[in-house]
Design a protein around this ligand. Sequence first.
Ligand code: FVH
Length: 293
Amino acid sequence: TAHTNAKTPVTLLGLGAMGTALARAWLAAGHPLTVWNRTAARAEALAAEGATVAPDAAAAVAANDLVIVCLLDDASVGAALDGVDLTGKDVVDLTTTTPAQARARAASVTSRGARHLDGGIMAVPPMIGVPEAGGYVFYSGSPELFETYRHVLAVPAGTRFVGSDPGHAALHDVALLSAMYGMFAGVAHAFALIRKEDVDPVAFAPLLSEWISAMAGPHVTRTADQLKSGDYTTNVVSNLGMQTAGTPTFLSTARGQGVSPELLAPYFDLMRRRLAEGSPEEDLTGVVDLLLR
Ligand code: FVH
């Protein structure tokens, strides 16, 4: 059945920081909303804002076809849905999990007569219901479920469907967040280098930010193109040989500034290993292959 955005009733399991933000977005858009949370007190404010509070997860699921789940982790999803009749339901799980957990959850939910869609939220609660904040959710699993409810799902944040493999939303989510943490590691190292000097971190910040933005896009695109073609020597800007030769300068500078190289050194080790077994004319893309071993 095609549902209109304004009228589709939604059930939401989980009223943590993210669940509460999602609830408010659907309420603000006029969706009848039934909520359940393990700790009932967290539902009180939403009841005052128009949500119907179900006494338990089974009653919340029974209330509507569309069931959104946003709990702490996959184990809490298992606990919440344990023994609940899912026959004919459309379950959208926005809980952050591993790809393997998402696949297992999809198999479990579909074996109980429901359709399943997994979601990986690329936003923090203040970005929910604020389109200009740019938050979105990766979805994967049932394309039919996604198409049926895409306008409802688009209320709290943007939607990006990444395929019918239920593990792929989690895979995209974790891949992007992993890259983010790698970037944060570089930022921490850079600030540590200037920390004991007469360099204002606030004045340094825009230089660092601008540099990261300028480097990231071209590097990501080049790496992707080289992985796809299998030729790691295409359009190389500064080759592996040249970049590896420069690494002692970075390590000496860290030592000189009294900064631990523990965030940077593992990446340099991989560059050296690749150089030892590959071509100095390559880009840095061979590091990807080393990680797969
Ligand atoms: N908050 C964020 O910034 C991030 C942004 C990206 C996506 N994550 C993921 O979203 C999931 C929910 O996150 P959250 O921020 O709502 O998390 P909490 O505020 O800690 O709320 C956790 C809810 O889970 C319930 N819960 C925990 N264990 C169980 C259980 N065994 N059975 C049933 N419910 C359980 C908890 O209930 P209660 O403690 O209030 O009774 C909350 O409703 C999460 O996957 C993030 O990684 C958020």
